[in-house]
Design a protein around this ligand. Sequence first.
Ligand code: CDP
Length: 224
Amino acid sequence: MTSRVIAIDGPAGSGKSTTAKAVARRLGLAHLDSGALYRAATLAALDAGAEMSGTAIVALAKSLPVRLDLTDDGFRPEVAGVDVSTEIRTDRVTERVSEVSALPELRVWANEELRSAAASHPRGVVMDGRDIGTVVFPDAAVKVFLVANGEERARRRLLQMGLSTDSGSVRKKTEDMAERDRKDSSRAVAPLTQADGAVLVDTTNLDFEEQVDRVVEMGRKAFS
Ligand code: CDP
């Protein structure tokens, strides 16, 4: 049986979240950004000064709790009942999130949270991340692997953050993102890789509307 899930995976800054959000709105589904859950767990661990071990962070995440709260159009990351949507995007979280996400115990906890959050939405979800099509929902109705050239991804991320896109900033951001991709792709559990049956979409030369249209089309076919 296929799940009412559109899985969008890909490297940092490939446009997964913005695409997933727009696709969800067009199809009347909820958007779920799985990276937000890993980021929220990382933020909680940093704030608590927790030992960076899977057991310690899972215990902390369960007790606070760290969770995704269902809102009108998607899911909001919360730590102890507080919305952390903004704080999870700060550099101190981004710098440590790949290390935390590589902990196997943490991934078991996150997968349970992601599956139960998806099940709590009656119409279905568009979920983006690194291992949605490979591990979390291998039976997703649609699987997309979104890629783009490294410099283009860095430029988009700087624009999204309202920062300068001069050549020095783009170079530095490209290096930081390549390092995170390297960690995410080389970890032992659930590495970033194109899932079986995933459609590769290279967005380097696509405009945003085009890339959203492609995924919406796949969703309409799969759900009709
Ligand atoms: O949006 P961006 O590409 O910066 O990353 P994100 O989706 O917010 O994910 C942040 C980090 O969480 C990634 O670099 C991965 O280390 C981890 N992650 C993961 O391991 N598995 C997922 N399904 C989603 C995110």
